[in-house]
Design a protein around this ligand. Structure first.
Ligand code: C2E
Ligand code: MG
Ligand code: MG
Length: 657
């Protein structure tokens, strides 16, 4: 158009091509275009005199776009000398003027304006449309719409243009295709082109809404996906379940919802830091995705909670297989910066239509089932059953009740005597907590200790028992009764790395003035197997202060006697299940006898629990068991009653026989 070879043009600056008088205006327009980027309307249409190679001015319409990502101006220049309106030129007639007014609307419209004839060929396009599509004006003419529209939008675009050719204007969104093959999102309007009462073609207006759409998509993604793992979030999960339910209603198949919770994730977070915790979550998210088909949904619904929706399930058994894969995938060790981590999951599952008819019910019931799986320990799977609902409700009531119990002194401590096997003197007492419930009466600890552990009340409860036991023991001593050792049970959770048990023990001794040698703590084998390092440190500290430590329910866990040698413990209590059958079962006799013998070689005191018959006493005596505890000598009783027992017994040999 300007008479240059393209190589020559490549040496030119834009301003070299513009008439000196208009250079400044053009430069300013271009600069402000760049400054306003990235905004939707980063287009400018201007008219200026450009210069032909010989210096002859050419009135030119320039449509320019600034691309922030390419740092490039894209321009389409269009000579307007003869047919187009040019400033300073006066139209000859009124009709000409009206025509030119309309024409300028067409030419300068910042949106792409174009027209098709009834055969579907393009017959007019403004500079903005050239800039939008990347085709020169001449290339555009006689082009068909298919070339300009992305394949997935073709059908709809065709329908709309046909409707317009029949007199129905409409606006719609579609995807456009540029000359270089790139796509853009377009807002399109198709308008019938009327001449007299005849429709002769279709006008179209196209606006580039790519940025708007990508922002929309981004916001939608934020609203429906978890930003850490990229998995669908709770909102999208609900939608997917709804959708799956509708499908299943038609096909008669089932939908399974799996609720997955990681066990002890908090420990990873607390000990290795949140960034490592985040990495672990992402790794688990990937593994979960690999366990299911493309059509199934894996979502993250909370901190360490995930859900999976399995669509079109034909056999309920297949859900169990997948759930087991899920559990196995979670348990595969993870290496995180030199740390080898193993976490486990708990999975609860509900099935449509059996366990609920909508997303809320299915998720809720899968959650209840997960809750029971968790209670069963790491790596468990539970299918929802109707009675879980009831249990959850009563758990809630109990939870509320238990908090109240602690606040309103509904808990009491009973004491069960522990007797020296030879002298039959009471040498100790085990503190056993009871709940005097206003409606349920006396509630045994097995019915509320697990709940207290679950809802994070166990430390408070345990420390309260500890304080009561020390206080009580001290007041027996003050009353002149000969001293005895009171033992207090510790929950494994009380030995967690962040527990305050050491401080609580020291405080109880200090506040009550009880000598440490009259206090004993009972811990279970399981608590010794968890957090070995921090547990050992805590126990050593406590034992160094003079408090004894014994292993409760010995034989029901996994610790070996040789392992015990390395632990700071003073004694062990053989679980009542072994004692119960010693006179009937040869195996149990052998186990008990061997345990006592080995414990003695390690200087551990042995207490037999649950002794109820003289026969058992004889066997235990013959095998040199040190102390016994059981209904034969008395169940756990309120402190006053134990006080009575102690008082009745002769001072030197406080027997209960
Ligand atoms: P444990 O520490 O093994 O306590 C012994 C349990 O056996 C007590 O039940 C006791 O009443 C019962 N028992 C004693 N002699 C006999 C007998 O001859 N035959 C039978 N069948 N049972 C006998 P209890 O008081 O119901 O306590 C149950 C468990 O609750 C305790 O087992 C202990 O693990 C836990 N517990 C009790 N109090 C506390 C507490 O303050 N803190 C914690 N963390 N746990 C506690
Ligand atoms: Mg005990
Ligand atoms: Mg026990």
């Amino acid at each position: 158009m300007w008479g240059y070879q393209s190589e020559e043009l490549q040496q030119c600056r834009l301003s070299d091509l513009v008439h000196a008088e208009e250079r400044k205006a053009v430069e300013q327009a271009m600069l402000s275009l760049q400054r306003n980027a990235p905004c939707e309307t980063s287009h400018v249409t201007l008219q200026a005199r450009f210069l032909r190679k010989g210096g002859q001015p050419v009135p030119t319409l320039l449509r320019a776009r600034w691309s922030e990502s390419d740092k490039t101006y894209y321009c389409v220049a269009h000579e307007v000398s003869r047919h187009e309106p040019v400033w300073g030129r006066h139209p000859a007639t009124q009709a000409d003027e009206a025509h030119e007014r309309l024409r300028s609307l067409f030419e300068y419209h910042p949106d792409g304006v174009f027209a098709f004839n009834l055969e579907g060929a393009l017959i007019a396009a403004n500079p903005a449309f050239s800039a939008l599509t990347g085709y020169a004006h001449d290339e555009l003419l006689s082009m068909r719409y298919q070339t300009l529209v992305s394949p997935e939008s073709r059908k709809m675009a065709k329908e709309r243009f046909i409707a317009a050719s029949k007199g129905h204007a409409s606006s719609f969104e579609s995807a456009g295709l540029r000359k270089d093959g790139t796509r853009y999102d377009a807002a399109l309007t198709a308008i019938p082109m009327m001449v007299g009462s005849r429709i002769v073609g279709v006008h179209g207006i196209a606006r580039d809404i790519t940025q708007l759409k990508s922002r929309e998509r981004y916001i939608e993604r934020l609203a429906t996906h978890d930003s850490l793992t990229g998995l669908p979030n709770r909102n999208l999960l609900d939608d997917r379940i709804k959708h799956a339910v509708v499908q299943a209603e038609r096909s008669g198949r089932r939908v399974a919802v799996l609720f997955i919770d990681l066990n002890r994730f908090k420990v990873v977070n607390d000990s290795l830091g949140h960034d490592k915790g985040d990495i672990l979550l992402c790794i688990i998210a990937d593994r979960l995705r690999q366990c299911v088909r493309e059509a199934d949904t894996v979502a993250r619904i909370g901190g360490d909670e995930f859900a999976i929706v399995l669509e079109e399930v034909s056999m309920p058994e297949s859900v169990i297989t997948i759930a087991k894969h899920v559990l196995a995938a979670i348990e595969r060790p993870v290496r995180l910066e030199g740390h080898q981590l193993v976490v486990s999951g708990s999975v609860g599952c509900s099935l449509f239509p059996k366990d609920g008819s909508d997303a809320a019910a299915l998720l809720h019931n899968a959650d209840l089932a997960m809750y029971e799986a968790k209670a069963a320990g790491g790596g468990a799977l539970r299918l929802y059953k109707a009675d879980m609902d009831e249990r959850a409700k009563s758990r809630l009531t109990h939870e509320h009740d238990l908090r109240r119990a602690l606040e309103q002194d509904e808990l009491v401590v009973y004491y069960q005597p522990r007797v020296d096997i030879s002298s039959k003197a009471i040498v100790g007492a085990e503190a056993l907590v009871r709940w005097i419930h206003p409606e349920r009466g006396l509630v045994p600890p097995n019915e509320f200790i697990p709940l207290a552990e679950e809802i994070g009340l166990i430390s408070q409860l345990g420390e309260w028992v500890l304080m009561q036991a020390c206080k009580q023991n001290r007041s027996w001593q003050k009353a002149g009764l000969p001293p005895l050792k009171v033992s207090v049970n510790l929950s494994p959770l009380q030995l967690d790395p962040d527990s305050t048990i050491t401080e609580a023990v020291m405080q109880a001794l200090e506040r009550t003035g009880l000598d440490a040698k009259w206090l004993e703590l009972e811990i279970t084998e399981t608590s010794l197997m968890q957090n070995v390092e921090s547990t050992l440190t805590k126990l050593e500290e406590i034992r160094n202060a003079g408090v004894s430590i014994s292993i409760d329910d010995f034989g029901t866990g996994y610790s070996s006697l040789s392992y015990l040698r390395r632990l700071p413990v003073n004694g062990l209590k053989i679980d009542q299940s072994f004692i119960r059958d010693i006179t009937a079962s040869r195996d149990d006799e052998a186990i008990v006898a061997a345990t006592i013998a080995l414990a003695h070689t390690m200087n551990l005191t042995v207490v037999a629990e649950g002794v109820t018959t003289e026969e058992q006493i004889r066997f235990l005596h013959a095998n040199e068991c040190d102390e016994v505890q059981g209904f034969l000598f008395g169940a756990a009783v309120p402190p006053e009653e134990l006080g009575q027992l102690l008082m009745q017994a002769p001072h030197s040999r406080r027997t209960v026989h």
